[in-house]
Ligand binder design. Sequence first.
Ligand SMILES: *Cc1c(COP(=O)(O)O)cnc(C)c1O
Ligand code: SF4
Length: 429
Amino acid sequence: MRFITYNLKNFREIEYMRYLPEETKREIDIVSRVIPFKTNNYVTDYLIDWENYEKDPIYVLNFPNKNMLTDNQYERARNVLDGNHSKLDINRTVNKIRMEMNPHPAQQMTNVPVLDGEQLTGSQHKYRDIILFFPSQGQTCHAHCTFCFRWPQFVKDLDLKFSMREIAKVVEYIKRNESINEILFTGGDPMVMSPAELSPYIDALLDPDLVNLSNIRFGTKSLAYWPFTFLPEFSGEAEDMLKLFRRIVENGKHLSFMAHFNHPVELDNQVVREAIFNIRQTGAEIRTQAPILNHINNDSDLWARMWKMQVDLGLIPYYMFVERETGPYDYFQIPLAEVYKTYQRAIRETGSFAKTLTGPVMSADKGKVHIMGIVTNPVDGNKYFMMQYVRHRDYTKTFRPFFMGYDEKATWVDQLNEVKADNISIHSV
Ligand SMILES: *Cc1c(COP(=O)(O)O)cnc(C)c1O
Ligand code: SF4
């Protein structure tokens, strides 16, 4: 299977574009200047129901639409593109709109580890036991999710030449920091790399002197966006890729895929199922995570169905995330109270094996905040969110329940007021 990328330049060549009115294609043209657009022939051929494209979750996940911008932003983008404006003018307008969308790129590259006075800028060490690594060749994805605003700033900020040379330094850093037992390859998507690109990194990590490193993870959406990577009958490189995974496992490391699935349709064909089977045959585990998003997967039956499918396929449900306040989040965000209720209705429909899931979780500045429940004080009738950090920069602050004032409309933890637990007698709702 040949990988065909569709982007702003060639998306009109997608066979199914015949389903779209000219006006909609023009909309894609305009909005994708702001929200980076990329998809591929697996997504268009296997995942999208084109006859109902407007409501199709994977269409919305990949194709930017007008409602992802405010009316004002859309008009400004349209005007600058329609008129006789220079490239510079267009870029200026586009960048201005992007800056209004709270890209907060700075936060991405914090917690940079330092080795002998040198910053290892292709990695991040936020939590005691785990280091994130951004291999230079993995800073793109097989397709771009419209809700993800991560990569455009990200790619620019990253010193791409650096991270290839950096692995030896990262290995040294891990050796000197015995509390680290885990490395997470992230991006973008590290599974866009070929086995030849990936193996030097892995070789470095399989250094027998690196005794404290037990776990290797890949954060990836490849199973949903290009599962052919793991099918030897379709990809000349798949066999080497699977061998590489096997080698990691045979070296005694725990290898886990942190696979991103937004919708059950992404699990519902033979290609992805065979890919899952092949990966599991190597001894690697596949854990799953995804944000809950309006217009894509805001539905408890859908999540229940997705988690059950995952368990049946041997996958391990791991995180349900709340959408971050960045990019087109007005379009995708859901109030925390509603997110929690959807989670609660979904999880109770699942069986034992889905209990490995932690959710809903917000990746905030200090760490990952887990919404444990909504509680009410029977004396005065006040409601609260009960939360805990499941990850915190300071690990002693994890797994300590705390309360935040209830607000039906709030979409992020920083919109809530903290309350002292001693003032509340607890009653579950
Ligand atoms: C989520 C995350 C991790 C991994 O956390 P786990 O709870 O172990 O899955 C590591 N580093 C950063 C910066 C993260 O946001
Ligand atoms: S695959 Fe992941 S990193 Fe890539 S666009 Fe989607 S959410 Fe962002």
